[in-house]
Design a protein around this ligand. Structure first.
Ligand code: SF4
Ligand code: F3S
Length: 106
């Protein structure tokens, strides 16, 4: 499966959802996740993300590994998202900021 990681938090550009052939993205207030039971490993979403936040589960750094479980759990409770929406106004300011996990709104 592919996994949405730290740099999506507070960026949430949503470009990723427009290319997913199986609608595997789910939306929280300031983060998106991928449902590992839906993702077909096509990798189409990876180059779409302006924040470079999407990685294959087998290629996660130690800092990114907690996001495997975060995606699996939150995708079961958050609503599906299939259409592009406006990013937060300050998304570009948060792009590249490290360790945003404390800001994740579950
Ligand atoms: Fe969707 Fe493919 Fe990305 Fe999985 S890898 S979330 S199937 S676009
Ligand atoms: Fe997040 Fe990148 Fe999608 S910032 S919402 S994973 S385009």
């Amino acid at each position: 499966t592919f996994v949405v990681t730290d740099n999506c938090i507070k960026c949430k550009y949503t470009d990723c959802v427009t290319v997913c052939p199986v609608d595997a993205f789910f939306e929280g207030d300031n983060f998106l996740v991928i449902d590992p039971d839906i993702c077909i490993d096509c990798a189409l979403c990876v180059p779409e993300c302006p924040a470079d936040a999407i990685f294959q589960d087998t290629h996660l750094s130690d800092e990114q590994k907690p996001f495997l479980q975060i995606n699996a759990e939150l995708s079961k409770v958050w609503p599906n998202i299939i259409e592009l929406k406006a990013a937060p106004e300050d998304a570009d300011e948060w792009n590249g900021v490290s360790n945003k996990l404390p800001y994740l709104q579950p």
